[in-house]
Design a protein around this ligand. Structure first.
Ligand SMILES: *[C@@H]1O[C@H](CO)[C@@H](O)[C@H](O)[C@H]1NC(C)=O
Ligand SMILES: *[C@@H]1O[C@H](CO)[C@@H](O)[C@H](O)[C@H]1NC(C)=O
Length: 334
């Protein structure tokens, strides 16, 4: 992949909506990727005839900021902007029509990424959509779409987030703190909110307790879906070397083509939320040690570097797109 894969970045459209995106806060992975492609790297080609895939560098997060009227609950302006954009590139260049969009990709971490892509049926149906909100019940198709990790970079830096004490020094069995949004979190709070000394679940963390300390001193970190399937807690846990406990429905995990999540996380079905303690206590010390070691091994695949390093988040995303592009060729030759 590193030697041959070439990505063309469309030049149409103007910043801030195009060629730009947020590099900090909860949607940071959207801006980081767009900006990385804009800066240029070994994968970017300026010659569209040499490209294997075509990147459409628009930011749904920025569109929401500029085009969405607060409270209006109307996504038309965003959807029509994307539709106009695809119309423009498909008139100006031969590549969209040639594949009906299937060798094109978009990337968005915003909750509305999937819905706004539906304003262009071919984009929704054919193109590679790299999305945080990888909800199979909302049309996410893991054969052609790829899951984008959600990473909450509060300061824009990862300094201090990586690493933590060894398992023997982690005194808390399981930890979660976060808002009560979405039905999965309601169920979690009903059962566990501030009820058990081992399952430390908070809606609001008391001010004398540090969130980062809890992540780094827990054996397991609970990652329930909120309003949307993705949760930044998955990567927070991996950064803090805490074994993630995934509680979601219809969520396709990032990089699941190449990472075997079962080996370094615990999946708890929504209907088993009441059994979390029993499930976690039932994991032997030896098994836990193995899982935690693997969390440390996969950590580098989620790390954001500027400039990117081999096997880091940026490379994993490019690799996810590459795999889907390969599938496309296989399908075409069948
Ligand atoms: C692609 O197809 C559209 C719709 O059929 C058409 O309007 C457009 O001119 C075509 N683009 C090119 C470059 O031929
Ligand atoms: C996934 O999509 C379905 C269908 O729109 C929705 O009902 C469900 O709430 C979504 N899941 C989450 C966690 O948002």
């Amino acid at each position: 992949m590193e030697r041959v894969f070439k990505i063309y970045v469309y030049e149409e459209g103007e910043a801030p909506i195009f060629h730009n995106g947020p590099c900090r806060s909860i949607y940071s992975t959207e801006g980081r990727f767009i900006n990385e492609m804009e800066i240029g790297n070994r994968f970017r080609t300026r010659d569209p005839n040499k490209a294997h895939v075509y990147f459409m560098p628009f930011s749904v997060v920025v569109m929401v900021q500029y085009l969405y009227e607060q409270g209006a609950n109307d996504m038309n302006a965003i959807g029509y902007t994307i539709a106009d954009y695809v119309d423009t590139i498909s008139r100006k260049h031969p590549y969209w029509n040639r594949s009906l969009g299937s060798d094109h990709f978009m990337l968005s971490c915003h909750d509305w990424g999937p819905y706004s892509s539906s304003y262009v049926p071919l984009l929704f149906k054919n193109s590679i959509r790299v999305l945080c909100n990888a909800n199979t019940s909302e049309g996410f198709n893991p054969l052609k779409d790829a899951a984008l990790p959600e990473i909450n970079l509060k300061t824009g830096e990862i300094t201090g987030l990586l690493g933590g004490p060894p398992p023997s020094e982690r005194s808390v069995l399981a930890f979660f703190a976060g808002g009560s949004h979405g039905h999965i979190r309601h169920l979690l709070f009903d059962q566990w909110k501030e009820k058990d000394p081992d399952i430390r679940v908070y809606e609001k963390l008391p001010s004398h307790i540090s969130y980062e300390w809890m992540l780094k001193n827990s054996k397991f970190c609970l990652c329930p879906s909120g309003y949307e399937v993705a949760s930044p807690r998955v990567v927070e846990a991996i950064y803090a070397e805490c074994v993630p406990v995934l509680i979601s429905d219809s969520y396709v995990l990032p990089f699941s083509d190449v990472l075997n999540w079962k080996k370094f996380s615990v999946v708890v079905a929504v209907e088993d939320i009441g059994n979390i303690k029993k499930i976690l206590m039932g994991i032997s010390e030896a098994k836990y040690m193995k899982m935690q070691k693997r969390v440390k091994q996969v950590q580098r695949h989620f790390v954001v570097n500027g400039p990117p390093k081999r096997y880091d988040l940026f490379h994993m995303l490019v690799h996810s797109v590459w795999l889907r592009r390969l599938n496309l060729r296989l399908h075409a030759s069948m």
